[in-house]
Unconditional design. Sequence first.
Length: 271
Amino acid sequence: MSVPPSPSSALSSSPSRIAARLRAAGCVFAEDEARILLSTAGSPDHLAAMVERRVAGLPLEQVVGWAEFCGLRVAVGPGVFVPRRRTEFLARQAAALSAPGSVVLDLCCGSGAVGAALAAAVPGILLHAADSDPAATACARRNVAAAGGQVYEGDLYAPLPAALCGRIDVLVANTPYVPTGEVGLLPPEARDHEPRAALDGGADGLAVLRRVTAGAPRWLAPGGHLLVETSERQAVGAVAAARQAGLTARVLDDAGRHATVVVAHRPAAGT
């Protein structure tokens, strides 16, 4: 008498069955996700466990342990903010302002995805990253270590070494910018499985951005740039915060990715 295959072995031999389960659970890109799960699984049992976690609502990136960002596989752990594809626009704009030898800070770094992408795009930068969440900084250390980056844990600028004061050429920050009243409207993958501190930007979504911008002039080198991701409707407030801090500012948009970046500049000495 033949023995029926276990659920895990049945799953491993049937990508269409995996996709069907994912689709039934509400995964819009079920076929793509099934391929990623299959390519990541180390065994049929591992695959079955990952499918169950995804069906239960965990973000795909936290299930497989990585996210694709600017062509890189960025390590992402449980409870860590998953880097968004729209943030690749922020990384590209920061790379355009960086050069070998530039001192770069990835503030509110989360997994360190932006910093890792900058190091890959501009070899030779002097990379630093900081976040207040221990789970995030653990991931960031994995992602920026290959570039020789330094990771600090603490509130915004507080953990940075004093030697960085006035020396940062490019300061990039993907601050939380979802207004508090709208956090509950986010997809379950975000609101239930990512840290609220990485999402909630206060009443108007700009509370953390304002703190970052107010502190930037002390840390930026003369001629240095601050780049922050925000939403199109919040760009006016973000520019106002930059000007209040004594920085000039401009707004860049990528309509295809629904991405908005405010680029602020500390004038060089004598200008």
